[in-house]
Design a binder for this molecule. Structure first.
Ligand code: SF4
Length: 345
């Protein structure tokens, strides 16, 4: 594995990922840069279309914003009763303890909130207030630690959060959303795995990966350690132009998850984050891709294609356009586009 993480334009130039004079300084001023050694190892610098590089190497296209894009594309801030908490659905909350990541994805939906100039890490008083909010709301069954990437926190700090949640009887499930097992797999050691467990709670961990090459040997070893530690793994991916917007790549990614005992969960339609238009596919393209997946790969490997409705209205399953109708009579579209009436006449 090569060197340290790349965090600046000069680091990228030295690694020959961008050319000297590419004029990307204005991008770096707006959005954080981060590429870990594990991801650098996966990049083929001779391939101008490399799908790993495309996710992490900044581009001048990020300076182009469109009228529909917005700083808070999924409406976190409209559902934040206290700092660090997003309470969008009755039975679950997001707990955003930290806004730092080991990598900075160029398509990030929270790109205006993460990074060294982002919303930072909750102070002890803010963490007290956030956990008090969870304790005071007995309808909260699940706490989802996201960010930023919660697994940048040390095992000691994660253990402290889990101990607080362990003391809240109505919380039954704790879920982590993280890219660490893929982008910095060496962090998934015995200490980290133990820190993610809490007495009386079930821990789920949603692994964020977008291309089958990200499921490296080191990442696979980390998944094994997490599973051996009693943690249930699910996946999340973003459908991204030039990264995974073809059925072969998506099929390999979803099969890779299943082979590693990671249940495919979400395939996100890309959000309307500023400067990310070059990553967006349209919904019809996405629906055609998930329909093609249905015919091609096992039911175990099917993700749910979801849109976070802008404005904070939550997620919608937008792959479900295979069935349309009302009054008990539906037209069901099969994976090849054939239409069938149900119940049959
Ligand atoms: S790891 Fe997640 S939160 Fe961090 S930059 Fe990537 S998409 Fe954004």
């Amino acid at each position: 594995m090569r060197g340290a993480a790349l965090k600046s334009i000069s680091d990228l130039e030295a690694a020959h990922l961008i050319a000297v004079g590419d004029s990307l300084a204005p991008v770096a001023e707006k959005y954080a840069i981060g590429i870990t050694p594990a991801m650098l190892d996966l990049i083929d610098p001779s391939d101008p279309e490399d799908p790993i590089a495309r996710q992490f190497v900044p581009s001048a296209a990020e300076l182009v914003t469109t009228p529909e894009e917005r700083a808070d594309p999924i409406g976190d801030l409209t559902h934040s009763p206290v700092e660090g908490i997003v309470h969008r659905y009755p039975d679950r909350v997001l707990l955003k303890a930290v806004h730092v990541c080991p990598v900075y994805c160029r398509f990030c939906f929270r790109r205006e909130m993460v990074g060294p100039q982002g919303l930072g890490t909750l102070t002890p008083a803010e963490l007290d207030a956030a956990t008090a909010y969870i304790a005071d709301h007995d309808e909260i069954w699940e706490v989802i630690l996201t960010g930023g990437d919660p697994l940048v926190l040390s095992p000691r700090r994660l253990r402290a959060i889990m101990e607080r949640l362990a003391g809240i009887a109505h919380v039954k499930v704790v879920r982590f959303h993280t890219r660490v097992p893929v982008v910095e797999p060496e962090r998934i050691d015995a200490d980290m795995v133990a820190a993610l467990r809490a007495s009386g709670k079930t821990t789920y961990l949603a692994v964020h990966a977008n291309h089958p090459r990200e499921l490296s040997a080191a990442a696979r070893a980390g998944f094994d350690r997490l599973i051996a530690g009693g943690i249930v793994l699910i996946s999340q991916s973003v459908l991204l132009r030039g990264v995974n917007d073809d059925v072969e790549t998506l099929a390999a990614l979803m099969r890779g998850f299943v082979e590693n005992r990671i249940r495919p969960y979400y395939l996100h339609h890309p959000d309307l984050a500023p400067g990310t238009g070059h990553f967006r596919v349209n919904i019809e393209e996405g629906q055609a891709l998930v329909a093609a997946l249905r015919g091609r790969i096992s039911g175990l490997a099917q993700p749910t294609y979801v849109l976070d409705i802008p404005g904070g209205h939550g997620k919608a399953d937008i792959g479900a356009a295979s069935i349309v109708g009302s009054d008990g009579c539906f037209t069901v579209r099969d994976w090849q586009g054939g239409e069938h009436t149900y119940p049959p006449v």
